[in-house]
Ligand binder design. Structure first.
Ligand SMILES: *[C@@H]1O[C@H](CO)[C@@H](O)[C@H](O)[C@H]1NC(C)=O
Ligand SMILES: *[C@@H]1O[C@H](CO)[C@@H](O)[C@H](O)[C@H]1NC(C)=O
Ligand SMILES: *[C@@H]1O[C@H](CO)[C@@H](O)[C@H](O)[C@H]1NC(C)=O
Ligand SMILES: *[C@@H]1O[C@H](CO)[C@@H](O)[C@H](O)[C@H]1NC(C)=O
Ligand SMILES: *[C@@H]1O[C@H](CO)[C@@H](O)[C@H](O)[C@H]1NC(C)=O
Length: 381
């Protein structure tokens, strides 16, 4: 009865978009979960995944996911205006600071932009600003003018792998170029988005996870997957990164080409969703309907769709906003929210970081991060 009431409340809130008890309700739950997480997390460690038991595992600053934990604390501050969250977010930054010079990973975008970048947006602290510019400079060293992309992973001298996730890290470059950084950062981001637009997508609008380029010729030599089910399947979180990444690229450039790629990616994603709008980990997973879901990709897609809806009008606007709301309403209902699972430490359950590595049906810090971002974006619509 109570569960039913909550679901209806969520739906009401989301449909009416008025501030009422749902967002309060979800926010209260997120507050409790993250307050506990802060309490049990030692300085220098970052909440990462929950085990099937629901207990957090941690990672150090250099992991690609570290910035999301700080980002969750910032979004709590943005959503509640309670300075305890400001203090909690700030307390993690000294441990992340060294990563602003990290040239070994394209994920410096996730690491630094979601922590220092979001912190700067909320506080205007100049120290955070310089960390973001330094990180953009570090990411720009991974750019090849032959391939016209930034490299995702250091495999070997003969490989230049680029993953669809990498679209997300362009935000660091676009933002830095507009906020006192080198103009060249924007060119790099545009070239990366253009190259990805040409090579990462199939005719039906679906995406490959990995394109491995020949670094000498700049031509693709492999199109396939790393985390998805197969080379020709569509990994749902990858498709979500595409929606979000091209919508964000449109925000900075107003290039119609990016808006088109975002809508094609979104249309494909929505077309392949199950009834409750929470995607299976791969749209082509053979064990569907018994396949694990990926709530993290669902939250990424919902956040991207909210922004996408603000760039289009009429039926398209309605379509993307409605899909986002349906996703969020499911994620915050009893099937996926951790509220009804005793002892579960993340906000969401049923995320799938990497199915083939046996990481599925667990909480993931970036699932929680993008869910909070959805609440923030809805509030500011
Ligand atoms: C929201 O909560 C307040 C008090 O907590 C209550 O008075 C009000 O009726 C609730 N509104 C809805 C729509 O449930
Ligand atoms: C952190 O989580 C990611 C997946 O979200 C995983 O790839 C990585 O191995 C985890 N790190 C640790 C130290 O557990
Ligand atoms: C947030 O809190 C500050 C004080 O800490 C106050 O000045 C400001 O008006 C508050 N903003 C909102 C939107 O409540
Ligand atoms: C990985 O590649 C980047 C760019 O090519 C380079 O700057 C960095 O030193 C490499 N890292 C390692 C550990 O080889
Ligand atoms: C992928 O390719 C295999 C083998 O060619 C084929 O059996 C399968 O149906 C394809 N799957 C998709 C999603 O196209």
């Amino acid at each position: 009865m109570i569960k039913l009431f909550c679901c209806i409340a969520v739906l009401l809130y989301i449909t009416a978009s008025t501030s009422c008890n749902l967002s309060e309700d979800i926010l209260k739950f997120a507050d409790a979960q993250l307050t506990n997480t802060v309490k049990i997390t030692q300085g220098g460690l970052f909440a990462n995944n929950t085990l099937p038991s629901g207990k957090w595992t941690y990672t150090s600053s250099g992991a690609w996911t570290s910035g999301f934990y700080t980002g969750c604390l910032w979004y709590m501050y943005a959503l509640t205006n309670d300075t305890k969250w400001l203090e909690r977010a700030k307390a993690t930054l000294p441990y992340l600071s060294r990563e602003q010079y990290n040239k070994n990973t394209h994920d410096i975008g996730f690491i630094i932009f979601n922590s220092f970048g979001l912190g700067y947006k909320l506080t205007q602290d100049q120290n955070y600003h310089s960390a973001v510019l330094n990180a953009a400079a570090a990411l720009s060293t991974r750019y090849s003018s032959k391939v016209k992309c930034t490299k995702s992973w250091n495999w070997s001298d003969k490989d230049f792998p680029v993953i669809i996730d990498n679209m997300m890290n362009l935000e660091l470059l676009f933002w830095a170029a507009e906020n006192g950084g080198r103009k060249e950062f924007k060119e790099i981001a545009i070239n990366h988005a253009d190259t990805t637009d040409s090579n990462h997508f199939r005719k039906d609008g679906s995406s490959y996870h990995v394109i491995n380029y020949n670094p000498d010729t700049g031509l693709p030599k492999f199109r396939g997957t790393h985390q998805g089910y197969s080379d020709n399947s569509t990994w749902s979180r990858g498709q979500a990164w595409a929606i979000y990444g091209y919508t964000m690229s449109y925000r900075f450039t107003k290039s119609e080409k990016y808006l088109k790629r975002a809508t094609i990616s979104a249309d494909y994603y929505i077309r392949r969703l199950p009834n409750d709008y929470v995607a299976y980990w791969d749209f082509d997973a053979p064990e569907i309907p018994k396949a694990p879901r990926d709530t993290s990709g669902a939250a990424v897609a919902a956040s991207g769709l909210i922004e996408l809806s603000s760039f289009v009008s009429g039926e398209a606007k309605e379509k993307y906003l409605t899909a986002a709301k349906k996703i969020i309403s499911s994620l915050t209902g009893h099937d996926y929210l951790a509220r009804d699972v005793k002892g579960f430490e993340s906000i969401l359950t049923k995320g799938t970081p990497f199915k083939k590595a046996n990481l599925f049906d667990i909480g993931i810090i970036y699932g929680d991060y993008y869910l909070l971002e959805c609440l923030y974006r809805l509030k500011n619509l």
